[in-house]
Write a protein that binds this ligand. Sequence first.
Ligand code: FAD
Length: 374
Amino acid sequence: MTDRIVVLGAGYAGLGAAKRAAARLRRGDAQVTLVNARDHFVERVRLHQLAAGQRLPDLPLARLLEGSGVELVVAEVTGLDLQARVVRLDAAPYSLSYDVLVYALGSGADMEAVPGIREHASTLAAPDQAARLRSRVGDSGSVAVVGGGLTGIEAATELAERYPRLTIRLISGGRIGDGLTEPARRHLHRAFHRLGLTVDEHAAVTAIGADGVLLNDGRELPAETVVWAAGFRVPELAAQAGLATDEHGRMLVDPALRSLSHPEVFGIGDAAAAHTPGGASRMSCQTGLPMGLQAGDRVADLLRGRQLRPARIRYVWQNVSLGRHDGVTQFTRADGSPLGSALLTGRASARFKEAITRGTVWAMRHPGPYRPAA
Ligand SMILES: Cc1cc2nc3c(=O)[nH]c(=O)nc-3n(C[C@H](O)[C@H](O)[C@H](O)COP(=O)(O)OP(=O)(O)OC[C@H]3O[C@@H](n4cnc5c(N)ncnc54)[C@H](O)[C@@H]3O)c2cc1C
């Protein structure tokens, strides 16, 4: 009998899992089906570049899957029946039965975090959103980017570099680049100054309106365009189906990435909270890709009756671009804490990040030789 493996989501995690499982199993023994809402792979880590008017590499999933034996189904997943082991879809074949399911539906912008995001803000979590932002910003005008994490920093600096006549402010409820060392944060602020950004730290946005943002201290900051980059949220499908999830709806998984409630389901990428030395995995490509490849291995081990080893999910760096020619790479311990003064800045960091981003797509094409950091 042929085992049916269905992987939901062809992001960094799901694409890696599908290809690795297919590579480890004989075609007659197993059929791997990958379901994704789009027929292209989205390099989410480059979406701020798309928003700033750059062209991104064209990556059709069919080409990335060539020769792998993985069958691609382009459809939206609308529901899961865990009892019957069936996935429901909005397009042909409308349903898929599975023996093993890999849940990798990623995350999207948190549209409910404060009032007004849906009506008035632009977001960056998906290519259509980034393209809309690109069409909104012109050569001049004012933009407020909300979010002092890596996505907000990358978006604000990319826009500032591309459109020097734009007035851009970066607003954060806490410190910008929290978690980085002081030398790394100093470099960020030097770049903000060079690019002419106004920076508001410890300024929590409580609402977004048609003309700007409202802060918790009552101040109103005007902006023609507001970019919400302050939070991501996972799809509700896992929790709705009855999979064990945490309070954010992320799948709870054991050390081998299997659902705590349904061991025939693996959870990976942003949509799952996996064990790392620093606690639950952060939403990142850095954890998503190793989770995917290791889930693919464990699916193969499960079907061959082997014992499943714990996955090794480790952090290596925090890598933030500041436009195309500057950046900060903070090397970290396995738990994500900064590794002393191990830091790359400027062009060296920008080149390093570009190499890593390209290397990630290379690993998607060739998921065989890649091994996650020990
Ligand atoms: C602008 C930006 C910059 C970033 N920069 C970095 C960075 O520098 N470093 C880093 O580590 N991380 C970065 N991230 C985060 C990183 O992109 C995510 O953590 C990563 O994409 C998660 O991978 P994933 O496979 O879990 O999910 P995704 O990449 O989101 O893939 C999920 C897939 O599932 C599909 N899908 C979702 N719902 C459905 C459905 N119902 N039916 C069918 N298909 C569905 C989606 O279309 C998508 O293809 C950045 C994110 C953004 C937005």
